[in-house]
Ligand binder design. Structure first.
Ligand SMILES: Cc1cc2nc3c(=O)[nH]c(=O)nc-3n(C[C@H](O)[C@H](O)[C@H](O)COP(=O)(O)OP(=O)(O)OC[C@H]3O[C@@H](n4cnc5c(N)ncnc54)[C@H](O)[C@@H]3O)c2cc1C
Length: 358
């Protein structure tokens, strides 16, 4: 199967690309996003797509598909902003697509040595996922180019959406006939259950909640992440993104931090900043946020793909880290996925039941 000029890592990881390639072996499906831009042309408007979920994936899809998207439905009562940290990306594709400037930086990564490289990798995995396996921190040390989103990325993405966003409006997947093509960004286990997916018992969904402690350190301008394998330390990863600190905590430390008073949280942040060499810095706006799906664990790849295919045959296209159950998926990866879903929907023709004559 020819994958055109699609980068190997995208071709390998993207379900949407795989599905598209399977159906259109000869089509050049690497899309020049920069050329397409986000132009909104009412004359081109086709009515039909419902985007479910106004998290980052849903907003990206609704912004990119502004000529096709009818509405966005979100269960929460307001823009959820589910991501409490400043976002970093591997490429500028999200910035280019949305027309929102990101900052290009060199970001440092290092692991705080505990025992030896293998023990450290296993201990880190145990701490973060609850499973003792060799995690990627073995290759985490060094500097890499990263693109940093502005802190208000989510609200700026919402401003780019021309379709109405209906809050407090859980999409009733369970009712039966869909109003048209649906792009679902809700977690795969929830969708599979709502649709009564017959192979649900074959999918062993496991995830871990976590706690993020965030704050602002005005005197610092640093892009760095420190991984901490030591099981006795509550912090698993300490990241500075410019002047914003984020500390990820899993397992036994979560409860302590959630119950800690402001002084306890402040002391915790001060100690973590010291680990990065930042002494005596003033910091503000310390907050503790819970993250339900802080880590998701892989499921059987065949089952995962089978469900995505099964749902798309029912006009439901899965998009996003939790919807496609791909740990480590970043927003960068979704830009191509949105374009491929767009092509799949267009190719399916009859999928626009409410298409109006423009
Ligand atoms: C510590 C940490 C750091 C991270 N750093 C990065 C990073 O630097 N870059 C990056 O790209 N990613 C990063 N991520 C990942 C990123 O946060 C997630 O991939 C992203 O938030 C997932 O967004 P989503 O839109 O796919 O899902 P969600 O944010 O979960 O959105 C789904 C939405 O659907 C809504 N919903 C659920 N059911 C229904 C229903 N029936 N009807 C309507 N609405 C419904 C929910 O309320 C929710 O708002 C990080 C994650 C963590 C934990």
């Amino acid at each position: 199967m020819g994958l055109g000029n699609l980068p190997a890592e995208v071709a390998a990881s993207s379900d949407a690309v795989a599905r598209y390639a399977a159906r259109n072996p000869d089509a050049p499906h690497r899309i020049n996003i920069a050329e397409q831009g986000l132009a909104y042309d009412p004359a081109q408007r086709k009515v039909g797509i419902t985007v479910v979920g106004a998290g980052m994936a849903g907003l990206l899809a609704a912004a990119m598909l502004r000529n096709q998207c009818d509405k966005v439905v979100e269960a929460a009562e307001e823009l959820p902003n589910n991501h409490s940290a400043v976002l970093r990306f591997r490429s500028s594709v999200v910035a280019d697509t949305l027309g929102i400037p990101f900052k290009k930086v060199k970001a440092l990564k290092a692991t705080e040595a505990w025992r030896n490289p293998i023990a450290d990798a296993v201990a880190y995995s145990q701490k973060v996922t609850g499973i003792a396996t060799a995690r990627s921190i073995l290759s985490a040390n060094g500097a890499a180019e990263r693109f940093i989103a502005p802190p208000d990325l989510v609200s700026r993405m919402a401003e780019l959406v021309t379709a109405p966003i209906e809050y407090g409006s859980p999409f009733p997947f369970w009712i039966g006939d869909l109003p048209g093509p649906v792009i679902s960004t809700i977690p795969m286990p929830i969708l599979a259950k709502a649709l009564n997916y017959p192979r649900l018992d074959k999918m062993d969904f496991r995830s871990r909640s976590g706690v993020n402690v965030i704050g602002v350190v005005p005197s610092v301008d640093l892009y760095a992440s420190l991984y901490i394998p030591c099981p006795d330390s509550y912090a698993a990863r300490i990241s500075m993104t410019g002047s914003r600190v984020m500390i990820e905590v899993y397992g036994k430390g979560m409860d302590k931090l959630l119950k800690a008073d402001q002084q306890g949280r402040t002391d915790f942040v001060r100690n973590c900043l010291r680990s990065l060499g930042i002494e005596e810095a003033e910091f503000f706006n310390v907050a503790v946020k819970e993250q339900q799906y802080a880590k998701i664990l892989p499921i059987d790849e065949g089952e995962r793909r089978r469900f995505i295919m099964w749902a798309s045959e029912r006009n439901i296209y899965s998009l996003g880290r939790f919807a496609t159950w791909r740990p480590g998926l970043l927003l960068d990866d979704l830009v191509n996925d949105v374009r491929v879903i767009q092509r799949l929907i267009e190719d399916s023709g009859a999928s626009y039941p409410h298409r109006k004559k423009d």
